[in-house]
Design a protein around this ligand. Structure first.
Ligand SMILES: [Zn+2]
Length: 415
């Protein structure tokens, strides 16, 4: 025992005072600020980020040894995997719904921070648990020797149902910043993902309560059984205004050295954000570089240029992905179910295997002629809160969720 203790002490010294000290969680009763406050004579280098709390990511396609883990019995799930997707959420409804030209669009496509929290609570209470979209299907070799996609059996705590979450356009587009959304993701003083932005009075705000991503992080911290495998959501990124609030994009007109230097600074700034998101269960997919329509109004060549640009400017930062989220929900070549057209074939050749649109149920279909799966997602937003209460009752009741008072006074049809 003594030997262990001295070994530990030695390890501590080797690992430096800071990283060891930060492993300890603040004692209960400490205010959040106190734990970080060092007395003036304590020399703690300011630049050293806190050691992150360990975060486990497990594979839901593997039955835990003995059929149980952490006292829970696991069982096989081959049923539907529900899939909900969100756009960025409205942090400040008073800015979003101020009657300007964007207000109705935000009402249609977004939920507010309050609605989002209630939706998470409801799906949690209804027995859904998070799984990562990348774990639901995998590629194998078919009888003809060709690769094909298959649906994986998932092993879930008994009685639980799987749920995929995805988040479109998590780019923090400049147009959104004046409209009551957060501006970017950052690492807070505690090393965790937080949002940075401005409140309606123009004050800078760093928070974990205003943005869909840290809100889900916090929810899982408080309800670890909501994410038995550590999964969070898949972030669907375009590239034309950078990613996650960092302006990492190029333009093809008038590029200067100063612009490039700024771009490189933004790239370095976003790297630790991407790393922390990945470490804590978030994954990434493409939403095309330019949010382009894939239905056939763009030429194959346009899609090729766009895809290469996404891979070079976004894929280079977030790593390889097999997930593609169709902009506007528009299916490649006009139809991705009955046919496999040139645009679909090209996208598949670039590594995409899971192709997501938007629809009225969490439909999925394994294509027969090419290794790919197409799937639809449901969309909690203003339109479905107003008009599709029944369809979403398995997740939540719009009557309990919708912030009617803060949204524009438009039609509601609840039956
Ligand atoms: Zn989009």
């Amino acid at each position: 025992m003594r030997r262990m203790t001295s070994l530990l002490l030695l390890l501590c010294l080797l690992l430096s005072l800071v990283s060891c000290g930060k492993q300890e969680t603040p004692q209960e009763g400490d205010s959040p600020g106190q734990a970080e406050t060092a007395s003036p004579e304590t020399e703690v280098p300011e630049e050293v980020p806190p050691e992150p709390e360990p975060y486990d990511i497990l594979d839901p396609t593997v039955m835990p040894e003995g059929g149980s883990r952490d006292g829970l019995t696991y069982s096989a799930w081959d049923g539907v995997v529900e899939h909900l997707f969100f756009h960025p959420i409205v942090s400040y409804p008073e800015l979003a719904f101020n009657g300007d030209s964007e207000a109705n669009g935000i009402d249609d496509y977004m939920v507010t921070v309050g609605e989002y929290g209630k939706i998470l609570q409801s799906v949690y209470e209804k027995g859904y648990v998070l799984v990562d979209i990348g774990d639901v299907w995998s590629e194998t070799t078919g009888e003809n020797g060709q690769p094909k996609m298959v649906r994986n059996t998932l092993y879930l705590p008994e009685g639980k149902k799987p749920l995929i979450l995805s988040y479109d356009d998590t780019n923090y587009y400049p147009y959104m910043l004046e409209n009551g959304f957060t501006y970017k993701l950052i690492l807070g003083e505690d090393g965790k993902i937080a949002s940075w932005g401005k409140d309606p009075q123009g004050n800078e705000v760093i928070s974990r309560d205003l943005d869909a991503i840290p809100i889900l992080d916090k929810f899982v911290e408080e309800h670890p059984d909501f994410s038995p495998f550590g999964a969070k959501g898949c972030l669907s990124l375009t590239g034309y205004e950078g990613i996650l609030g960092y302006r990492t994009q190029t333009t093809t007109t008038g590029w200067t050295e100063a612009q490039e230097a700024n771009r490189q600074r933004e790239i370095e700034a976003v790297r630790p954000i991407v790393a922390e998101l990945k470490r804590t269960g978030w994954t990434f997919g493409s939403h095309t570089w330019g949010h382009i329509r894939l239905g056939g109004s763009k030429s194959l060549e346009t899609v090729q240029v766009d895809t290469q640009r996404w891979l070079s400017e976004v894929g280079s930062l977030v790593g390889p992905t097999t997930i593609l989220f169709y902009p506007h929900g528009e299916r490649p070549d006009g139809d991705d179910w009955k046919k496999t057209g040139p645009i679909f074939q090209y996208l598949q050749s670039q590594g995409f295997r899971v192709f997501c649109s938007v629809g009225i149920e969490s439909f999925s279909y394994l294509k027969k002629d090419i290794s790919a799966v197409i799937c639809d997602r449901l969309h909690p937003d203003g339109t479905t809160l107003r008009y599709s209460r029944q369809r979403y009752l398995q997740f939540y009741d719009a009557k309990d969720i919708m912030d009617v008072a803060v949204r524009p006074q438009r039609e509601i049809k609840w039956d």
